[in-house]
Design a protein around this ligand. Structure first.
Ligand code: GDP
Ligand code: MG
Length: 572
């Protein structure tokens, strides 16, 4: 930590040597300048993959990619940090400069001529190093208007330049507490919402830019990043303006009052009209020679260190997230594939249309057979309404209960029957009920329940119509051209069958009234009991008759005996 550590001093040239910034490695090693990307072959394909995914706009599909999101209070130096990393000029200064999310895609290149272009709202605008700031300002005006408002529609800046680190970062508008003239009253909420949207995904790395001139505990950006990353495991802090407030900076970054899990890097950005080279040299000189700043650990100072750290963090994050990203993409692809298959087929001839219609009818028929006859509900496991046989059984058992239910209005026992008998009395055998009376009583009972079977059959067909409609919808959903016609045909067919069915039930009920047939369980029960008891009854009767005969014979014999003369008796 002490400035006594050996620090390698670089010469102000692009091929200078600097300290290696591996956060896990405390040894000072000379390496290529960090801004000149020194990728090993295994890391590069990972970054290319993520880049390709970003190009394919997978984020629009809700798949988050590892992204470094730059947050910080207004004028904390966010844009300055980014331009230092990229070696390009961005709009920076007092007041609000960054008004839309600026996605910066930095990429190293072997070509000496940098390639720089902007992408926004389906537009591609080529630009060059001298005009980047102007081009960004112009694009921002197009996206967010020329006043001081903000917008969350992103603007992408591609920088392909020799020496640029392979990093993709998002620069966000700084947090403003009080709206200035020309800004909407809710600007704070708008910006906070935008920041939250970018830092919330677990795949985001939060680069919290803090000005050395402020007390970190008062920083709004710290408060926000802690809301989404409590332990700070994906938050890295960059302390800017080290040159402006060197006093106490060492204590601030070592005390870590605000839980920054990935650590701090102190930097000095480009000031005024300095060139990047000059700025780097000034920074190096500052951290090497300043009595207070030189006390800070060399592994946490300087833009090159920041670049290396970011690359390292980004790579770790990518390798951690990639398997999950692949899984999500596969899942999305499967869903998309299914949806694609559901899309309506293009039918070019009547023959094709007819074939399709026959297919729909055949599939619907098969499905109805399974649901209403075979009791196979594998097509609709969770939709109980479509479990046909079970629902039909429910309806039948409810119907049976309804038929057996006692009439609501309590009748006096057998009074109706007695009244009928009174009215149907005639000259005939005593103790025999006239058939007409019996028919009248039966008809009265059938009348009481005659509406129930009709109601039942209507309900039954209503239910079948619902099932049919769902099946037709399912099998014809890919054919919106024919769906309404198929549905209409289904409905017409159903209403015809329903009508026929209801007529048939009414006929059956009427027939019940005309014949002395019944299937009343009570009647059948007592009839069976009686028939079973018939033999014993007959036997009993025969027994009684036998006994009577015997008694009569005995009595007769006694009387005959009494009438005999005594001479006859003696002879006997
Ligand atoms: P942003 O609003 O967070 O993007 O902040 P800017 O990058 O626009 O910087 C705000 C002001 O601070 C600008 O005038 C910069 O030149 C200045 N600035 C940024 N970083 C440093 C630094 O490290 N040292 C000094 N002296 N000034 C800086
Ligand atoms: Mg800015």
């Amino acid at each position: 930590m002490k400035g006594s550590k050996k620090r390698v001093v670089s010469k102000p040239s692009s091929s200078r040597t600097i300290v290696k910034a591996n956060p896990n490695d405390n040894k000072s090693v000379t390496i290529e300048p960090p801004i000149v990307s020194s990728y090993n072959d295994q890391i590069r394909p990972l970054l290319d993959t993520v880049d390709r995914l970003r190009n394919l706009n997978v984020m629009k599909e809700g798949i988050q990619l590892p992204t470094i999101v730059v947050v910080g209070d207004q004028s904390s130096g966010k844009s300055s940090v980014l331009e230092s990393l990229a070696g390009i000029s961005l709009p920076r200064g007092q007041g609000i400069c960054t008004r839309v999310p600026l996605v910066m895609r930095l990429q190293g290149s072997t070509s000496s001529k940098p390639e720089i272009w902007l992408e926004y709202s389906d537009k591609v605008v080529q630009t060059d190093e001298e005009h980047i700031a102007e081009a960004i300002s112009a694009a921002t005006d197009v996206i967010a208007g020329s006043s001081k408002g903000v917008s969350d529609a992103p603007l992408t800046l591609h920088v392909k330049k020799a020496g640029a680190p392979d990093l993709t970062m998002v620069d966000l508008p700084g947090i403003i507490r009080v709206p200035v003239k020309g800004q909407p009253e809710n600007i704070h909420e708008q910006i906070s919402g935008m920041i939250m949207k970018y830092i919330k995904p677990q795949e985001s790395i939060i680069l919290n830019v803090l000005s050395a001139t402020v007390d970190f505990t008062t920083c709004e950006s710290i408060r926000m990043s802690r809301q989404v990353d409590k332990t700070g495991e994906r938050t890295l802090a960059v302390v800017t303006k080290a040159d402006m407030a060197p006093e106490g900076l060492l204590q601030k970054v070592t005390a870590d009052d605000v839980s920054i899990g990935l650590g701090y890097v102190c930097v000095r950005n480009r000031v005024g009209e300095e060139t990047y080279e000059e700025a780097r040299d000034q920074e190096e000189l500052l951290f090497k020679t300043h009595p207070m700043l030189s006390m800070i650990d060399e592994n946490i100072v300087g833009l090159p260190v920041l670049a290396q750290k970011l690359i390292h963090i980004q790579t770790t994050m990518i390798s951690r997230c990639l398997p999950e990203i692949v899984r999500k993409i596969n899942h999305k692809m499967e869903t998309a594939d299914l949806e694609l298959k559901k899309l309506p087929m293009v039918m070019t001839s009547t023959g094709e249309a007819l074939m399709t219609l026959m297919d729909i009818i055949a599939s619907a028929k098969e499905s109805l057979l399974r649901i209403l006859i075979q009791g196979d509900f594998s097509e609709f496991p969770d939709n109980h309404g479509m479990h046909g046989t079970a629902r039909l059984a429910d309806m039948l058992s409810k119907f049976s209960d309804d038929l057996q239910a006692k009439p609501k209005q309590v009748r006096e026992f057998l009074m109706d029957e007695i009244k009928v008998l009174e009215e149907y009395k005639c000259v005939g055998l005593p103790n025999f009920i006239p058939r007409s009376a019996f028919m009248a009583i039966l008809s009265q009972h059938v009348d009481d329940i005659h509406a129930k079977p009709v109601e039942f059959i209507k309900n039954l067909w209503d239910y079948i119509e619902v099932v049919l409609s769902s099946i037709i919808t399912k099998y014809s959903e890919n054919f919106p051209q024919v769906q309404p016609s198929i549905k209409r045909a289904g409905r017409n067919l159903m209403s015809k069958i329903k009508e026929q069915s209801v007529d048939r039930v009414i006929q059956i009920v009427e027939m019940e009234k005309l014949t002395d047939y019944t299937c009343s369980p009570e009647y059948m029960k007592s009839w069976t009991e009686k028939i079973d008891a018939q033999k014993s009854f007959v036997d009993a009767v025969l027994n009684v008759i036998g006994t009577i005969r015997l008694t009569c014979a005995r009595r007769k014999a006694r009387e005959d005996w009494k009438r005999m003369t005594w001479r006859e008796t003696l002879r006997f």
